[in-house]
Design a protein around this ligand. Structure first.
Ligand SMILES: [Zn+2]
Length: 82
């Protein structure tokens, strides 16, 4: 059964296959969000990759990802030097 890799469920919403460009965006968003499980799934080169377009859209939202990335960088800078 196919399911959405982002929310990991199969809802009434139609599933779409992820394009190559969409995959790059998805992988980047996963890294920024620290979603290791999804990253690993992407690395396993699955035969088919499905997402809900609404999930993909909100998960990879450029503005949101950018903010998270900045927060991540700030957090790294704030880390005390041991
Ligand atoms: Zn979904």
């Amino acid at each position: 059964m196919s399911f959405c890799v982002i929310c990991k469920t199969s809802t009434a919403e139609k599933l779409s296959t992820v394009t190559e460009v969409g995959l790059e965006t998805l992988r980047y968003a996963c890294e920024v969000r620290g979603c290791d499980d999804i990253c690993q799934f992407l690395d396993s080169c699955p035969d088919s990759l499905f997402v809900h377009s609404s999930c993909h859209k909100s998960f990879t939202h450029p503005k949101e990802v950018k903010i998270l990335k900045l927060q991540l960088e700030e957090a790294l800078c704030d880390r005390p030097v041991l």
